[in-house]
Design a protein around this ligand. Structure first.
Ligand code: PTJ
Length: 241
């Protein structure tokens, strides 16, 4: 069913061919993780929810794969957080931006950004450098599901906090992000929606505590350890200590 969503997105001109390749890489990594959400990913999700609720100007960055896989969760999260949605593409074309925008608006999204009043992120060569002045450019926190490495690093250098959703705990995005949720976007986004809805009534002090008790480096280390353990079990080798 998930693969069908990506293929339909490709046929509708939302997903690029490179997005199909990226999805295949994601499937392989998800298989190695046992196709389930692990405790470190849930902890990262909770910390991400706290950070997003503490943010004054959170923005959800959407690419082709994210739009095809989790459009309803993007809209639900934006509404709960009162966050802006911005279409930001690696393989940018005005036609794709328009299609993705219309697709999300058809699912209930309002004022989707990404096609006008654009400014450039300094030092970034990819097409992702074009961001909306009222969106990613002025955001304090940006949610970047399924990202290629460069932009996350540049946004962090600009002082923004980044929440990444990426099945690869070794990717540049996962390493550069403030919080990385190592999980499939199709599980991580509903979990993130639920976590935000649950934490919405918490005080700023309680949210700060959740956010500050999170350590991204340590969380990624635990995810790598989980992969090792899973493969060790599959190979029938002796359990790791
Ligand atoms: O729509 P565009 O033009 O912005 O292009 C989007 C893609 C995804 C093609 C572009 O950003 C790209 O090339 O990304 P990368 O460098 O392939 O990185 C994508 C990352 O997402 C990889 O680390 C994949 O393992 C991971 N990934 C793939 N599918 C999923 C995933 N992570 C979470 N959930 C998935 N379903």
């Amino acid at each position: 069913m998930i693969r069908e969503r990506i293929v339909k997105g490709f046929e509708a001109g939302i997903v690029v061919p490179h997005g199909l390749l990226a999805h295949g890489r994601g499937e392989a990594l998800d298989y190695i993780l046992g196709e389930e959400t692990h405790p470190p990913a849930l902890e990262a999700t909770r910390a991400a929810a706290a950070l997003l609720l503490l943010s004054k100007h959170p923005v959800i960055s959407v690419n082709g794969n994210t739009a095809a896989l989790v459009p309803d969760e993007v809209v639900r999260l934006a509404k709960t957080l009162n966050a802006r949605i911005e279409v930001n593409l690696f393989h940018r074309s005005p036609e794709r931006i328009r299609r993705i925008k219309e697709f999300l608006e058809g699912r209930g999204a309002e004022n989707v950004l990404g096609d006008s009043d654009l400014v450039e992120i300094p030092g970034l060569s990819s097409q992702r450098r074009f961001v909306s002045r009222n969106g990613i450019y002025s955001a304090d926190t940006v949610l970047v599901p399924l990202e290629d490495g460069d932009r996350a690093e540049k946004l962090v250098a600009l002082g923004k906090r980044i929440v990444a959703i990426d099945l690869n705990p070794l990717s540049r995005t996962s390493r550069a992000a403030t919080i990385s949720i190592v999980d499939n976007v199709v599980r991580a986004m509903p979990n993130l929606c639920r976590a935000v809805e649950e934490l919405k009534g918490y005080t700023a002090k309680e949210l700060e505590e959740i956010y500050h008790s999170f350590n991204n480096e340590e969380n990624l280390r635990r995810m790598i350890e989980l992969i090792l353990r899973h493969l060790t079990r599959l190979a029938g080798l002796e359990e790791l200590p």
